[in-house]
Design a protein around this ligand. Structure first.
Ligand SMILES: *Cc1c(COP(=O)(O)O)cnc(C)c1O
Length: 350
């Protein structure tokens, strides 16, 4: 820490991203990336756009916004685009949390970091014993609510009816629904936007569209909320989405066949993975995301994490109360998962 750092950041505990080691080739099952490359059309458009990198990107993301609105069946005035959904979530903490922020004890690790960065003491709402979220715990919480749906790292999702109750109980508070994993089996909250102007739905191209490295996220909500997000964007970094990413985003939305193919493969591999892991004695919540969250009766998660890493496989282990006996394993290709099963069989006792 330098003597120039503002003391308010002395206690800031930054987010710990999953490892991205460059020293050797790992099978990466630790950051919920898509194991397949992006749509070839997206790659081509990004490459073509590179010729114009001398020019700033369109701060309004006009083409991408039009494509996104059309794809989601909403108005363009309801769409905001960001440098990953992380940026949008950060903007939400900056803009909408004057009365505080409420979220689960076990959820996306960035929420407490953003809260801390913005000087907000979060209202932590523990999940039930089995990691499901109890909607009734969100009766009139009196602050902005953040819900990852499906949740990370559990993979569990709320139904639309449950989300609707939370919206009804909190008409004076914004409810941000983070749908990073929604394409892998949960229901999107987008239809609820017609009845609830206290809802903001946030999504990303990082997981189901295989574009984590492009950094592209979106938010959908009332035109007023979108205008507010634009206020923050234009006060921070107007060119928040770069040219290559905007071009790739439009192309990715146009290549729906590729998207459907990738996500079908992930969902099928998830089913096989659950089956294989159960046979080895693992158990965990039923995942609607592109990862599974599992523990083993006889083997410690920490030891398995280290053992897998030695064998060239990265998974995520959180050294955190309630979940330190669990591993979060991203669904990779069928072949990657077969290698995982093989190595696990070697590592497990008996
Ligand atoms: C991965 C993830 C994000 C971040 O996505 P980016 O668009 O890559 O910034 C947001 N929320 C949850 C719950 C995630 O798991």
């Amino acid at each position: 820490m330098s003597r120039f750092l503002h003391p308010k950041f002395n206690t800031l505990a930054p987010y710990t991203p999953g490892e991205q080691p460059q020293n050797r080739a790992y099978i990466k099952l630790n950051t919920n990336e898509c194991p397949y490359p992006p749509s070839p059309k997206a790659v081509r458009q990004a490459a073509a756009e590179a010729k114009q990198l001398n020019l700033y990107s369109d701060p309004t993301c006009a083409s991408l916004k039009a494509a996104m609105a059309k794809y989601l069946g909403v108005q363009q005035s309801q769409v905001f685009l960001g440098n990953g959904s992380d940026e949008i979530l950060a903007f939400c903490f900056m803009a909408f949390c004057q009365a505080g922020a409420a979220f689960a004890d076990i959820t996306y690790g960035f929420y407490p970091v953003y809260a801390s960065l913005c000087g907000i003491t979060p209202h932590i709402v523990p999940l039930r014993q089995n990691f499901t979220l109890a909607p009734e715990d969100y009766r009139q919480v009196g602050s902005t609510i953040f819900i990852a749906n499906p949740n990370a790292p559990t993979g569990l999702a709320l139904s639309l009816a449950e989300l609707e109750k939370i919206l009804q109980w909190n008409p004076e508070n914004l409810v941000v629904v983070d749908e990073a994993y929604v394409d892998f089996g949960a229901q999107t909250a987008l239809p609820l936007l017609q009845s609830y102007n206290n809802l903001l739905v946030v999504g990303t191209f990082s997981k189901s569209r295989a574009m984590a490295g492009a950094r592209l996220g979106y938010a959908v909500g009332s035109p007023e909320l979108i205008e507010d997000l634009g206020r923050i964007q234009y006060s921070f970094n107007p060119y928040n989405v770069n040219r290559m990413t905007q071009a790739a985003g439009v192309a990715a939305l146009q290549d729906n066949a590729y998207f459907e193919e990738c996500r079908a493969k992930i969902i099928a591999t998830r089913a096989k993975t659950v089956d294989a892991l159960e046979k080895m004695g693992f158990e965990g919540p039923q995942s609607l995301a592109n990862f599974v969250f599992v523990r083993h009766q006889q083997a410690s998660a920490q030891q398995l994490y280290h053992g897998l890493k030695e064998q060239g496989i990265l998974v995520r282990w959180f050294n955190k109360p309630r979940i330190d006996e669990y591993l979060r394993i991203t669904i990779g290709t069928g072949q990657e998962m077969d290698t995982l099963f093989e190595v696990l069989r070697q590592l497990l006792p008996g």
